[in-house]
Design a protein around this ligand. Structure first.
Ligand code: UDP
Ligand code: UDP
Length: 481
């Protein structure tokens, strides 16, 4: 735990560094921040977290509450956002709108961080806020500013290189393949497809942030050397962008605290899931027999596709645990399982399958010996969790950075990427069932997953590559003055 200030540190010892975290919105962004913060809680550092309430999703609100309850010494700095007229962006993704709102309120951060006690010694922020927060930290407050990057190093290389690519192509949007020096040539279909539209809010943010991260003092990435050796070397040797700041691979980050999120405590999901609590149910299944199915927090699956997935799982003959989402924002998901899945489905799969609309502790699920495969959207947090616990993957990217991430899964060999499965056209239940069966029986992928999990454990153990990167990052921090 964190030291109790004064008396334990001897009279002349310098005050510990004080890190101020400025996270962004969406569980995929928030989780790596809280995991990193929980890791640091064992080190001699003071921590504050800038918190914009209310959050977009219920899961984020519960997660913040858990963090502050688990670590009472972590300070919360309330960030009251400026009024922001969302109606100017009809139909836009609510999380993207929150990023924009955080960015437009960023000028308020200077005084908030300046008022922190003890005095802040460094800022750590999310890539979505980089172009706003870096100048405030560095120019206004004279503090070092780091990015905690929430996707893979390969994606970071794209973010960093994209402005150079645009200048070379004399374009203001994605117009062709992106050949990232020292990393790989990404086909035009791989980067977030919204980058084809120069007028989208996402594209504007992405380019502004990409141009500015080179001015940060360092970038922490939730990955490890054995998983992305080329991308990490290319970034750190200046091949991607000359003079790029140091990139610290510190992953895979894990939860060192149990999150009892009000949406996900194990006794609350009783009943909300058809068939009981997921963990209790998993306990009754044979080792390696269950397919875990989840597509992250950002994606509501269409009714038609849900029915095909259901048919596929039924046809596969495998056990399954399926976290089902029909809307982008969890608070809006009021659909009834029975209506969504079609009458009779739940009855037919009783005992063999469990479907839930509740938040599950995915890390606990992936660690469970009953789970033999993860059918996933290839969100980076999910991929690092699957890698850490040695669970083979079948990946079906939805959007955003997920096709770039899928290339990492495929090249590391612990999963199969169905490149022609997209979410615009319907993937049939028959095909889903076939592929699930196929990967469940694939010994090569299983062996690779076990190996990757060993490498992950080595990376974070004392003396491992991620452990050393973390120590290097900490050693650079200045004491609070
Ligand atoms: N997650 C979870 N329980 C759920 C749904 C998601 O614990 O019911 C976690 C999951 O373990 C992962 C994160 O939420 O850590 C999702 O992040 P990811 O980057 O995989 O995808 P995103 O949601 O950003 O698309
Ligand atoms: N991203 C970025 N700069 C931005 C906004 C996003 O580099 O200004 C990255 C982000 O880290 C992620 C991807 O682009 O890797 C966005 O993916 P997506 O649209 O799926 O949203 P997310 O899952 O991050 O919420």
């Amino acid at each position: 735990a964190m030291p109790n200030s004064g008396e334990q540190q001897g009279r002349d010892a310098p005050a510990p560094p004080h890190l101020v975290f400025v996270p962004s919105a969406g569980m995929g962004h928030l989780l790596p921040f809280t995991r990193f913060i929980a890791d640091l809680a064992n080190e001699n550092v003071e921590i504050s977290v800038v918190t914009a309430l209310p959050t977009v999703s219920a899961a984020e609100a519960a997660h913040f509450a858990d963090l502050f309850a688990a670590f009472p010494r972590i300070r919360r700095i309330d960030f009251n956002l400026l009024p922001f007229d969302e109606s100017a962006f009809p139909g836009a993704d609510p999380f993207l709108l929150r990023w924009e709102s955080l960015r437009r309120s960023a000028q308020l951060l200077g005084p908030l961080i300046a008022a922190a006690v003890p005095r802040a010694s460094a800022v750590v922020t999310d890539v979505t806020l980089a172009s706003q927060v870096i100048p405030i930290a560095k120019d206004e407050l004279n503090l070092p500013c780091h990015i905690l990057f929430i996707s893979c190093a390969t994606m970071l290389s794209l973010v960093a290189y994209f402005p150079v690519y645009l200048d070379g192509a004399k374009a203001d949007h994605l117009v062709g393949d992106v050949d990232i020096p020292g990393v790989l040539r990404l086909p035009v279909s791989s980067p977030p497809q919204v980058l084809r539209n120069p007028d989208s809010l996402f594209t504007k943010q992405f380019i502004a942030n990409g141009r500015t991260i080179a001015k940060s003092d360092g970038i922490l990435v939730n990955t490890f050397r054995a998983l992305e050796p080329e991308a990490l070397s290319a970034l750190n040797s200046g091949k991607v962008v000359p003079g790029f700041p140091p990139v610290y691979a510190v992953g895979p980050l894990k939860s060192s605290i149990t999150m009892t999120t009000s949406t996900g405590s194990s006794d609350k999901d009783e009943g909300a899931a058809a068939g009981g609590s997921p963990m209790a149910w998993l306990g009754e299944q044979p080792a390696g027999s269950v397919v875990y199915v989840a597509f992250g927090n950002r994606h509501g699956v269409s009714l038609e596709q849900i029915r095909e997935i259901a048919a596929g799982l039924e046809a596969s003959g495998c056990g399954f645990l399926w976290v089902l989402k029909t809307t982008v924002v969890d608070r809006e998901d009021t659909a009834e399982l029975e209506d969504v899945l079609g009458r009779g489905f739940l009855g037919r799969v009783t005992g063999r399958g469990l479907v839930t609309k509740e938040w599950v502790d995915q890390e606990a699920v992936l660690q469970h010996p009953a789970v033999g495969l993860y059918l996933s959207h290839a969100g980076w947090n999910s991929v690092t969790e699957s890698a850490a616990y040695g669970v083979p993957m079948l990946v079906w990217p939805t959007a955003g950075d997920q096709r770039v991430i899928a290339t990492v899964v495929a090249s590391a060999g612990f999963g199969l990427w169905m490149e022609h499965w997209d979410w615009e056209s319907l993937v049939s239940g028959a095909e889903i069932g076939e592929k699930v069966k196929e990967v469940m029986g694939n010994e090569g992928i299983k062996a690779r997953a076990a190996k990757v999990s060993e490498e992950a454990a080595k990376a974070v153990a004392e003396g491992g590559s991620s452990h050393r990167s973390m120590q290097e990052f900490l050693a650079k921090l200045k004491p609070s003055t």
